[in-house]
Design a protein around this ligand. Structure first.
Ligand SMILES: Cc1cc2nc3c(=O)[nH]c(=O)nc-3n(C[C@H](O)[C@H](O)[C@H](O)COP(=O)(O)OP(=O)(O)OC[C@H]3O[C@@H](n4cnc5c(N)ncnc54)[C@H](O)[C@@H]3O)c2cc1C
Length: 398
């Protein structure tokens, strides 16, 4: 049998899982090459804690090279400029990698442009990657010393509503601990039609729990809205409402990665890859995609666009499904189909010293099981998950 060249683009949740899983399946008979712009795997879910000084960088990062080298997975640190699906090549600036199979796991890019004045170096902060989280941390230290009104928001087109809630709750907790919460009235702004919609149409009684917590914490909320612009000390909503803000955190909307955007024939107009339920590209059967790179249609239309969160568990499940299907394709075995809506919903929303565990048998409705377990144990479960994740993945266990 021909030795296949399997290239994985990206080395975060989707790419890392796909590469390790593929290696376990195909062994040493085929070559696995991972290309990523940095060997560092950043555990993004913990960035909700980073601005408050609760995590050091080394607590939430590991180097993917040791687990890859131990398994004879080749890693190239490089920027992918584009994909050439007709010639089966992954292009860097002036060289290319040929492939027989490709897994696109290059995630997404924050779309700051749909909210003028937002994003790094401008008037709001974000926690989508370590660079912005560093800025958010610097500004937070200063803010707590001169506390004033604070706005926490998810922008129109966002998908990570959970992280906006987590940041709001954690910020409230930190402000209370510092004894300045009464000087820091908080407003939560979201395109969701109601609290707890999460881009998935809601989940069990999350709306009631969310509203109760917001009232208890004295956080005002504005739903079903988009942000027109962010100015130095205020946030302007699309209906003209102006919210004074001395610290503004906005979880942005997202578009596809540059590498997919530069490969017009591959992605849709937002730069996401449309796949079937095997995570295989519709037009290029040797190309698979997983995680944030995959297009997932919102389950319902909302007045303001709310995208579907591709959180880490579904991301890893997509990557494992794609890996199996490449293996199945090479050896003529039966493929696996895993519609996104059918993946289990597992999530923990942290609120500083408490939180809620969200457990469902399907990401999207209808569900047979949906359960929310609120309480302090949810906070500790999130911490335990972080520790387990960092240890297991740094050892190459997926
Ligand atoms: C603030 C925030 C909090 C979150 N909290 C949670 C949570 O609590 N629980 C949860 O389950 N999920 C959470 N998520 C979602 C989680 O982070 C995503 O599910 C996960 O990051 C998706 O992984 P991915 O591999 O698809 O994409 P990404 O993590 O975006 O990774 C893409 C990878 O591709 C690489 N790459 C991109 N372009 C190129 C290029 N051109 N050349 C080379 N390499 C490239 C990047 O460097 C990166 O390694 C959160 C997300 C955010 C933004």
């Amino acid at each position: 049998m021909k030795r296949m060249n399997i290239v994985v683009a990206g080395n975060s949740f989707a790419g890392f899982t796909a590469a390790i899983e593929l290696k376990q399946l195909v062994g040493y008979d085929h070559e696995i090459i991972v290309i990523g712009r940095s060997p560092d795997f950043v555990f993004v879910p913990s960035l909700i804690w980073y601005p408050f000084g609760l995590r050091k960088e080394e607590d939430i990062m590991f180097d993917v090279r040791p687990p890859f080298y131990q398994r004879d997975i080749k890693f190239f640190e490089a920027e992918i400029v584009r994909f050439d699906p007709d010639n089966k090549q992954v292009w860097l600036h002036d060289e290319y990698f040929p492939y027989d199979y490709l897994v696109i796991a290059t995630g997404s890019n924050p779309d700051y442009e749909n909210v003028p004045g937002s994003g790094p170096g401008k008037f709001s902060h974000c926690i989508c990657n370590l660079n912005c989280a560093r800025e958010a941390k610097k500004a937070w230290k200063d803010y707590v010393e001169h506390a004033g009104p604070i706005v926490v928001a998810a922008a129109q087109g966002s998908a990570f509503f959970g992280s906006a809630y987590e940041f709001a709750f954690n910020a409230h907790y930190q402000l209370s601990k510092a004894g300045v919460s009464s000087d820091a009235p908080m407003t939560f702004v979201t395109p969701e039609p109601f609290l707890g919609h999460l881009g998935i149409g809601g989940f069990a009684n999350l709306r009631e729990i969310g509203e109760r917590l917001f009232k208890q914490y004295k956080i005002d909320w504005i739903t079903n809205t988009s942000i027109k612009e962010v100015l130095p000390a205020k946030v302007v909503l699309s209906d003209g409402t102006e919210l004074a803000s001395r610290y503004t955190m906005i979880i942005p909307g997202f578009c596809g990665s540059d590498a997919v955007m530069n490969s017009a024939e591959l992605g849709n107009e937002m730069g996401f890859i449309e796949t079937n339920d095997e995570y295989r590209h519709h037009d290029y059967p040797e190309i698979y995609a997983a995680g944030l790179a995959v297009d997932v249609e919102p389950p319902e239309e909302t007045d303001v666009l709310c995208n579907v969160p591709r959180t880490s568990y579904p991301t890893e499940m997509m990557a494992k499904t794609a890996a199996w299907n490449i293996y199945a394709d090479i050896y003529g075995l039966e493929k696996k189909s895993l519609p996104f809506s059918d993946i289990n919903a597992y999530s923990i929303l942290d609120a500083g010293n408490q939180g809620m565990m969200i457990i469902g048998d399907h990401m999207l409705s209808p569900r047979g099981l949906e359960m929310i377990i609120p309480g302090p144990q949810a906070h500790w479960a999130k911490v335990a998950h972080e520790k387990y994740f960092m240890l297991s993945r740094s050892m190459g266990i997926v």
